[in-house]
Write a protein that binds this ligand. Sequence first.
Ligand SMILES: Cc1cc2nc3c(=O)[nH]c(=O)nc-3n(C[C@H](O)[C@H](O)[C@H](O)COP(=O)(O)OP(=O)(O)OC[C@H]3O[C@@H](n4cnc5c(N)ncnc54)[C@H](O)[C@@H]3O)c2cc1C
Length: 490
Amino acid sequence: MPASCGRHARGRPGPLPAGSGFEREVRAREASAAPAARFPTPVACARPDMFPLDTDLGLARDSYYAATARRDRSWPALEGSASCDVAVVGGGLAGLSAALDLRRRGLDVVLLEGREVGFGASGRNGGQAIHGLACDQEVIERQLGHGAARQVWDMTIEALDLLRERIAEHGIACDWRDGYLGLAVGAGKGARLAAWADRTERLYGYPLERIAPAEVGRWIASPRFHSGVHDPRSGHLHPLKYALGLAQAAAAAGVRIHERTPVDALHQGEGVTLHAGTATVHARQALLAGNVYLHAGRAPLVPALAPRVMPVGTYLVCTRPLDAATHAALVPGGRAVCDTNFVLDYFRPTPDRRMLYGGRVSYSTATPRAMAAGLRARMVRTFPQLAAAEVEFAWGGFVDITMNRAPDFGRLPAPPGRTPAVYYLQGFSGHGLALTGLAGRLAAEAMTGDAGRFDVFARLRHRDFPGGAALRMPALVLGMAWYRLRDMLG
Ligand SMILES: Cc1cc2nc3c(=O)[nH]c(=O)nc-3n(C[C@H](O)[C@H](O)[C@H](O)COP(=O)(O)OP(=O)(O)OC[C@H]3O[C@@H](n4cnc5c(N)ncnc54)[C@H](O)[C@@H]3O)c2cc1C
């Protein structure tokens, strides 16, 4: 779920949590669905307790992306011990991007993924690559001043260019499409969006095409929106195809990838030692890029990092193919769209004539009741002409939010007398499709001695979520209720 601002073609996790609304829904749809809706055998994971976000396996099961991406390569689990210059934990876009860049800088890199590359948020997201961060620039300005805030903004735009470059350079067929619309519901939000666009152009030199109320109909066939902005430099793609393509590129460059290798312990001393069950990796440095999965389980891998991010569930549905005329008229030009609500809807037409529609959040990690039916209703509220459209896929995943929604990049403290050897990337707060790519590059720069740009982000201060392990989640749920109320008040 971009802040406004699929595992699995041939292997999917086991049964859904018993009795869940979501399960009933899926079973009902299974019963009515055409034979196309298939659920092959689950993928083994050496340590299932490693990822206790137990709703997550169910959420990954029925993804449009998993059904439409060819996962025609897998990598062996690590056995025995290995040594390398850099060990990367996490086979999502952050880890894969860093591994590729580190390898290109001549380092020997081992990447350890607990399940399969693209298993996490990187293979399930809304596919929208958008300028900026999940937080407002004012958050960065207040902490770092305007000069550094400008650097950060420019790096988020570089992230968009880097995405296009990698797609072209590695010939990744991932359905990239230019264009993004930020649309406001109601005059109040329209005015706030216009003020934001003015400020962004004035302070960051970033032009956005304005969509006046009278013009909205030209951009989208929906009665819901008052006005908006168009950014031709942002865009959208098929994230699992992109993640699998990036994994292939990293492997081709010489990165040693190991799937089904969940890291369960990390020791710093003479370099870094990582344990994954009975397997071991010795490395000079390590990068942790595990999203909220890194902190799930009875024993978070790095307890000090865990309270800085919280898992938030977000969900998507995708229709069966629509007739060509209806599909083409929904969002002429086929751009990605987000509304400007705090709990936003994000959606886009797909190249195979479907509507992919995201929204709804869960701060408790429990999957919302009737998740797919609720999202379908939001889609029909936006597009009444889709009242008869059938949902074929429904899935979701978890994003790693920070308290201030700014990304959290840094180094772990080193043992006495040693230099920091463990770097981490987290806290993309639902806005990481493009930024993970650049974050991987910044980590590679910093881990090879050029930390200037990485440290601009590393200087950002982050607070732990309040409440301690027991109360953190209920405190978050309570806190977020206010924002939902604000959305409703307009
Ligand atoms: C439903 C949804 C919609 C979204 N929509 C958008 C969008 O439209 N635009 C946007 O910009 N962002 C979006 N996001 C956010 C975006 O997907 C993420 O910010 C980004 O993919 C994070 O990448 P990552 O590499 O940090 O994490 P992930 O892709 O989650 O990868 C982390 C990997 O680390 C592995 N791992 C964790 N711990 C261990 C361990 N101990 N040992 C081994 N492996 C481990 C996990 O198995 C996982 O594969 C969305 C997210 C979700 C869930």
